[in-house]
Design a protein around this ligand. Structure first.
Ligand code: GRF
Length: 198
């Protein structure tokens, strides 16, 4: 049986990418085929290389806000590896509907909130500020609308007295590392039943 091919896009440390790559072993039906970063300094690139995964870099800065030109370049290494699934994992660039539409139904993202709450940035601080009892993370299919799209999994994390955005983010990140691999495994098997943790 040939494996499903998974391309992963990162911008930074790539801890979610590492969790995904390390999960795709043994009888897992998928294997990573590319780790692509929009920044040559992304720490995840070395972690991917250490795991024998092909890497590529398309720096967004030379395109200075010309999103279409950046995405035209970003597309090339992805199309070269012909992925079945594209996972955004700590990828911090907003993608246009044109780009996303080329992977509609097979592009996933992890967002550190219980969507539809707290789309966008600084989610942990906003949840604490709002006095919420819990926070968490969501894996969803990527659509043209930011941090929207069908939910494929969520992990709920209690907000504790004295939590700072940093302590909460650290706890949520640990759940991200469990949730994303669990969702990906179901997704590549064609199972869209949401994964709900704990
Ligand atoms: C995480 O908070 C994740 O939720 C968000 O990007 C942050 C860094 O992720 N998408 P990673 O360590 O680069 O995977």
């Amino acid at each position: 049986m040939s494996h499903k091919r998974v391309a992963i896009l990162i911008s930074g440390g790539g801890s979610n990418m590492v969790s995904l790559v390390d999960s795709m072993i043994g009888d897992h039906p998928a294997r990573p085929c590319l780790v692509l970063a929009n920044d040559a300094a992304a720490g995840g690139l070395q972690k991917a290389a250490d795991r024998g995964v092909q890497t590529a870099i398309v720096d967004h800065r030379p395109f200075k806000g010309d999103r279409a030109a950046f995405e035209a370049e970003l597309l090339k290494p992805i199309l070269d590896v012909q992925p079945d699934v594209v996972c955004l994992a700590g990828f911090m660039r907003v993608l246009t509907g044109d780009f996303v539409s080329q992977f509609q139904g097979r592009m996933l993202n992890i967002h550190p909130s219980l969507l539809p709450k707290y789309k966008g940035l600084n989610t942990h601080a906003r949840a604490i500020e709002a006095g919420d009892a819990e926070h968490g993370c969501t894996v969803h299919e990527v659509t043209a609308a930011l941090d929207d799209g069908p939910i494929l999994g969520q992990a709920r994390v209690p907000i504790e007295i004295g939590d700072t955005p940093e302590t909460l983010a650290g706890r949520v990140l640990g759940y991200e590392h469990q949730l994303y691999p669990a969702v990906l495994r179901r997704f590549v098997c064609g199972d869209k039943t949401p994964v709900l943790l704990p």
